[in-house]
Write a protein that binds this ligand. Structure first.
Ligand SMILES: NC(=O)c1ccc[n+]([C@@H]2O[C@H](COP(=O)([O-])OP(=O)(O)OC[C@H]3O[C@@H](n4cnc5c(N)ncnc54)[C@H](O)[C@@H]3O)[C@@H](O)[C@H]2O)c1
Length: 341
């Protein structure tokens, strides 16, 4: 019997890519536990529906009674379910604290109460570290950088991150934490910058660029992230955190200009908009620990090639994008899984 991995948030952007990666590259059985919020989209996994090692469980991490049975069968957990959009957290933080902190605590409690709980990987974010100045470039987040989150989203992820650490320290649970930079790739909800801008550009619309566009992010391909999570699952040291990054720092303006170029549009497509409240200036990851200790390095993230392939995916998958934007993907859930979301 293959081991069973419980993946939470498997209907989201990273989760759906991770589920597909595990089914293609590994031999475990996967239970995809997802509450199907607006960000959960099972059309992203339509190609693995019916796969003999895949099952879907419609459950909310804040309602443990909905997943007790799955916890009992799982050998390990990859916990990705979260409210993930910074702008939404600025508008209303409550769902973020509920799912990302309380939900994580409930999931951890369910895990620690089972017999011989195995590895539990908490998928955190580089945003727990706060931000960095634009210069010097050599300054990067390491795993010992103090956690000083700036947005309600980042605070809620820090709460989950610290709980995962504390459950190792207090209860001896076999937790690991991953702190990753910005992901790009297929199946990302079109409220996030890359799919939003590509969709607008394809349709000849302008793209809303925050402030002067000088904010810097480190971009990693989602399948590199999936591989790194699995490396931590297999070989991470209990109680440890691992940074994951792409060595691929770009300003938002540089990213926007590349997308404009790849979509054959003009600089006039840029529409400057008022900056995000408390907008973090720069994130940069020192990922030498995961490289030195677990032998992981990104292999799919180099630009312009990887960005070009991502833009091409959004050009080639107009139906997927249109179904998300029209809400059609919810009908897919009802038809295929009998869920009313
Ligand atoms: N996207 C990035 O660049 C990035 C970078 C680093 C870390 N992360 C982390 O990776 C994880 C996945 O991010 P993403 O971009 O795929 O997010 P996403 O918003 O695309 O997906 C989140 C998924 O979680 C599910 N979910 C939300 N609340 C739930 C609940 N209460 N119970 C069960 N399921 C619930 C949603 O339905 C959705 O399928 C998050 O924890 C995020 O903090 C993301």
């Amino acid at each position: 019997m293959p081991d069973t991995i419980l993946v939470t948030g498997g209907a989201g952007f990273i989760g759906s890519n991770l589920v597909r990666y595990i089914l293609a590259e590994r031999d475990e059985h996967v239970i995809n536990l997802d509450g199907l919020t607006y960000a959960g989209n099972l059309e992203s996994l339509a190609d693995v529906q019916g796969h003999p090692r895949y099952e879907f469980l419609h459950a909310d991490i804040c309602k443990p009674e909905q997943y007790t049975e799955a916890i009992g069968r799982a050998d390990s957990v990859l916990h990705l379910a979260a409210e993930s959009h910074v702008d939404r957290s600025i508008h209303d933080p409550s769902a973020f604290l509920n799912t990302n902190v309380i939900g994580t605590q409930m999931l951890l409690d369910s895990w620690r109460r089972k017999e011989n709980p195995g590895r539990f990987v908490y998928v955190s974010t580089d945003e727990v570290y706060g931000d960095l100045p634009l210069e010097p470039k050599s300054l990067k987040f390491t795993e010992s950088t103090p956690l000083t989150p700036n947005s309600p989203y980042a605070v809620s992820k820090t709460g989950g991150d610290m709980l995962a650490r504390a459950y190792h320290h207090t209860y001896g649970i076999n937790t690991c934490i991953t702190r990753c930079s910005n992901n790009f790739g297929p199946y990302q909800f079109p409220e996030k910058v890359i799919p939003l801008f590509v969709n607008n550009l394809i349709e000849g619309k302008q793209v809303p660029l925050y402030g002067d566009g000088s904010n810097v992010r480190d971009w990693l391909h989602v399948l590199d992230h999936a591989e790194a999570i699995c490396r931590v699952l297999d070989a991470g040291k209990p109680g440890e955190a691992y940074n994951i990054g792409g060595n691929n720092e770009r300003s938002n303006l540089e990213l926007t200009r590349m997308l404009i170029d790849l979509c054959g549009r003009e600089e006039s497509s840029i529409k400057p908009v008022e900056d995000r409240l408390g907008h973090d200036r720069r994130y940069a990851i020192d990922a030498s620990k995961i490289k030195n200790e677990l032998g992981w390095e990104p292999t799919r993230s180099a630009w312009p090639g990887a960005l070009e392939a991502t833009v091409q995916w959004y050009k080639d998958n107009r139906a997927w994008c249109d179904h998300v934007r029209s809400g059609e993907y919810r009908r897919f859930h009802a038809q295929n899984y009998g869920t009313a979301t």
